[in-house]
Design a binder for this molecule. Structure first.
Ligand SMILES: Nc1nc2c(ncn2[C@@H]2O[C@H](COP(=O)(O)OP(=O)(O)OP(=O)(O)O)[C@@H](O)[C@H]2O)c(=O)[nH]1
Length: 553
């Protein structure tokens, strides 16, 4: 029974948990789907912030360098040197030419030393011929044939960003025209800039928003990167190269800096390079997912705890009264009907408890009736039993019982050799008493004799009415001598207790025959026959006397 009761509780808990978990998990999955887009958007926004920062810094870096070179292009040393060198006739004055070039080289050196970003400065004449350079092996720059007005002020990128093996860094070359004092183009000045100097800026920007920044040329060669594992020798896979073309749209792919990255590319306007920003997919997208998942698990866990608590409480409120009912039913099975259960709620269990109490009350009253009937029946049975072995008039044992007693005594005699004596007693001339004084007087005499008999024997002896005016006495463990003494005492007692009628005493005498049990006796009849014979002898010898059959030997 017990497990069944507990199973109500567990079934309730299982039902509550399932009915909570299923819709919650369904809704959770739906919200995960919606959050996926939100998380991607959030990462893309962070990447865009990075790009904005880079763009700003790169523009600044570019503008500062442009300004420095433009200032150089308007310096007196450069303008005057180029003007002098291009005047007719000066070609022949070799010493002066060399001196001017030497001065210009010195000037270029001094400027280059002041500016970290500048790796090389070269001055060209209007025909593109190198006049002076800070490098012994200057790069040859392609100067545009016709300078537009915009180029005159902003310069031109003569060599786009590339990895420069000579300087072992990424470089970009910018050329500015040199104008004479009367605004004639007399040459150009080219500066090779070290893009590597921008790395410190990249590292600063990287601190603002998590992610790695890589600058690439148009062929996908790495120029500069904030990532320690990415350098100019890093080559792009075809997939990475394809993704690089997707301007301003974030994609998840096998990254440069991370095994799995979410990245965004941007074509810089300051210098013609591709800026690639990446975030670690696992630490950005996946971390957000894990955070979301942990919150979801926390929420579901809390929900399950609350629901389980409520289900347990509900189960408890059902199971507790049921257990009380089961306990009460068990007590009834064990016979205890003094049970009254309290009705705490008016719900179904309360109704059941009320009916149970009614049922117990009904059983209790039925049991009381049954017990009373049973007791009455027992008394009747005892009475019947007594009647079945008792003589109705005298209250002594009847003939049937006498037979049983004799059979038992014979059995004892056989087993334990316990001798006993049987006395057969008859009232003398009882017929005459009946005839003369009536049966009522006769009955009184029978009762008086019975009283004397009962008084005269021990508790271990038996007195019975054999029939009519005949009585029998069984004296257990008694020999003939003792029996004859007892018989004599009885005879004398009865005679002394004679009835007195109308002041005339009525003498009552008894004749008593005695016999002792023999080892050879097998039935009560054997004994009775001998006692009867002894009684006959007492009668024959004149009545009012005791006669013993002494044939034991
Ligand atoms: N009042 C009364 N008489 C009974 C009862 N049972 C038997 N009797 C009478 O008892 C008498 C027995 O007489 P018997 O034993 O035959 O003869 P008796 O007169 O006693 O003569 P002896 O035995 O030879 O001395 C009969 O008259 C019966 O009717 C009884 O219950 N009440």
């Amino acid at each position: 029974m017990k497990p069944d009761v507990y199973s109500i509780k567990s079934k309730l808990v299982v039902f509550a948990v399932i009915s909570t978990l299923l819709p919650t998990i369904g809704l959770g999955l739906l919200s995960f789907k919606q959050n996926e887009a939100l998380i991607n958007d959030s990462v893309t926004r962070e990447l865009r912030v990075l790009i904005d920062n880079i763009n700003r810094q790169l523009n600044k870096w570019s503008e500062e360098n442009m300004l420095a070179i433009r200032a150089l292009s308007t310096s007196n040393t450069v303008i005057e040197g180029l003007t002098v060198l291009q005047q007719p006739g000066t070609d022949n004055e070799l010493t002066d030419t060399k001196q001017i070039s030497s001065n210009m080289v010195d000037y270029l050196y001094s400027v280059q030393e002041k500016l970290d970003e500048i790796l090389e400065l070269t001055v060209f004449d209007h025909a593109g011929k190198i006049i002076a350079s800070s490098s012994n092996t200057p790069e040859v720059h392609k100067v545009p044939e016709k300078w537009t007005h915009a180029l005159l002020t902003s310069g031109v990128i003569a060599i786009p960003p590339v990895w420069n093996n000579h300087f072992a860094t990424a470089t970009v070359s910018i050329t500015f025209p040199v104008l004479s004092y009367d605004n004639q183009r007399i040459g150009a000045i080219a500066a090779t800039l070290d893009i590597g100097t921008f790395k410190s800026k990249l590292m600063e920007i990287k601190k603002l928003a998590a992610g790695e920044i890589t600058m690439l040329d148009h062929k996908g060669n790495v120029l500069l990167s904030s990532a320690p594992n990415v350098d100019h020798q890093t080559t792009l896979s075809s997939q990475q190269w394809e993704l690089m073309q997707m301007d301003e749209e974030s994609v998840t792919y096998e990254g440069l800096a991370y095994p799995q990255a979410i990245g965004l590319t941007y074509l810089s306007e300051a210098i013609p390079a591709v800026i690639l920003v990446e975030q670690n997919y696992y630490s950005s997208i996946q971390a957000a997912w894990i955070k979301l998942r942990d919150r979801f698990i926390e929420f579901v866990g809390m929900l399950v705890v609350i629901i389980t608590g409520v289900a347990l409480y509900m189960g408890h409120s059902i199971v507790t009264p049921l257990k009380r009912l089961i306990g009460a039913a068990r007590s009834i099975v064990e016979g205890n009907l003094d049970i009254q259960l309290p009705i705490r709620h008016k719900d179904e269990v309360g109704q059941l408890t009320d009916m149970f109490n009614h049922m117990t009350n009904s059983l209790r009253s039925q049991r009381t009736e049954i017990l009373a009937a049973n007791q009455a029946m027992q008394q009747q049975n005892q009475l019947l039993q007594k009647l079945s072995i008792t003589d109705g008039l005298t209250g002594l044992y009847n003939r049937n019982k006498l037979n049983v007693i004799l059979a038992e005594q014979l059995a004892r005699l056989k087993r334990h050799h316990r001798l006993f004596c049987l006395l057969m007693i008859d009232i003398d001339h009882f017929k005459n008493i009946n005839d003369e004084l009536g049966h009522i007087v006769g009955d009184k005499i029978l009762m008086m004799v019975a009283t004397v008999l009962l008084k005269s024997i021990r508790t271990i002896d038996y007195a019975a009415r054999y029939g009519g005016d005949e009585f029998m006495i069984v004296l257990t463990e008694t020999d003939l001598h003792a029996a004859s003494i007892i018989a004599e005492r009885i005879r004398a007692e009865v005679k002394a207790t004679c009835l007195t009628l109308e002041a005339h005493p009525l003498p009552i005498t008894l004749s008593i025959g005695i016999t002792q049990s023999h080892q050879t006796d097998t039935t009560a009849s054997d004994l009775i026959a001998r006692a009867d014979a002894a009684l006959y002898e007492a009668k024959r010898l004149g009545r009012d006397q005791v006669y013993c059959v002494d044939d034991a030997a």
